[in-house]
Design a protein around this ligand. Structure first.
Ligand SMILES: [Ca+2]
Ligand SMILES: [Ca+2]
Length: 236
């Protein structure tokens, strides 16, 4: 294989370097119906208790290995979300945007939920697969209902601060290229943002899309061939 041909082969391979798979999550009120095409993530019926959901379905209804667990949310959820969202949020269905799980750093109904944590597990611990996340929070109410959202992966943390759910019908948080840690996990930690001006300091999560980018085996093979080719050239 000539160098030029090899270059062309690498360009061709990298144009479709990964097999993408999408998973939709609906963080929802316990009493609301499931949304077709979404994995329903409800809170425990006990305030703050850990709860987990195994083997998320992808957008084609095919089971994946991915598990989702959370701890620290109050029981039930909130049903005062938006429908008919637009802009970057338009990827999400009404059934998913219209309700949420929420937290609050001050007292609400005799409970504190200052720091709910969502853990995505049974991910690819080898580091070969990357994960893209899009998160939407919306609440049909006034005031500033801002939250800080921190994703933690194998490479550290990515923080989004003061993302305001109040009357939000179009804005999302998006982060690409996260890599699971050695335990196969990525986590999302939530708390109230500095600008939050509700007395309970409420913050929310309504819907999420996870895209998994899995390298194609053929690409790995071709890259190995490319590596060998480079090695041969170097030792000549
Ligand atoms: Ca699993
Ligand atoms: Ca929802």
């Amino acid at each position: 294989m000539t160098r030029k041909l090899l270059s062309l082969a690498i360009v061709a391979c990298c144009a479709s370097a990964a097999h993408a798979n999408t998973i939709f999550l609906d963080f929802q009120h316990n009493n609301r119906p499931d949304t077709p095409g979404y994995n329903s993530i409800v809170s425990s019926t006990i305030n703050g208790a850990a709860i987990s959901f195994t083997d998320m379905l992808d957008s084609n209804g095919v089971p994946t290995a991915i598990d989702v667990g959370h701890v620290g949310f109050p029981a039930n959820g909130n049903s005062a979300g938006h429908t008919g969202v637009t802009g970057d949020a338009a990827i999400f269905a009404d059934g998913a945007t219209s309700d949420s799980l929420f937290g609050h750093t001050n007292d609400f109904n005799g409970f504190l939920a200052p720091n709910p944590i969502i853990t995505f597990s049974d991910l690819d611990a080898s580091g070969a697969t990357t994960y893209d996340f899009v998160l939407y929070a919306g609440r049909n109410g006034g005031s500033i209902r801002a939250g800080d959202y921190v994703f933690t992966d194998a490479n550290g943390s990515v923080a989004f601060t003061d993302y305001d759910a109040s009357l939000n019908t179009s804005e999302v948080i998006a982060v690409n290229g996260l890599v699971a840690d050695a335990n196969g996990e990525i986590s999302l930690s939530m708390t109230a943002g500095a600008t939050n001006d509700t007395s309970q300091r409420f913050f929310y999560i309504n819907a999420m899309r996870i895209t998994t980018n899995v390298p194609e085996p053929s690409v790995l093979g071709l890259l190995s061939v490319a590596g060998l080719f480079g090695l041969r050239r170097r030792v000549r």
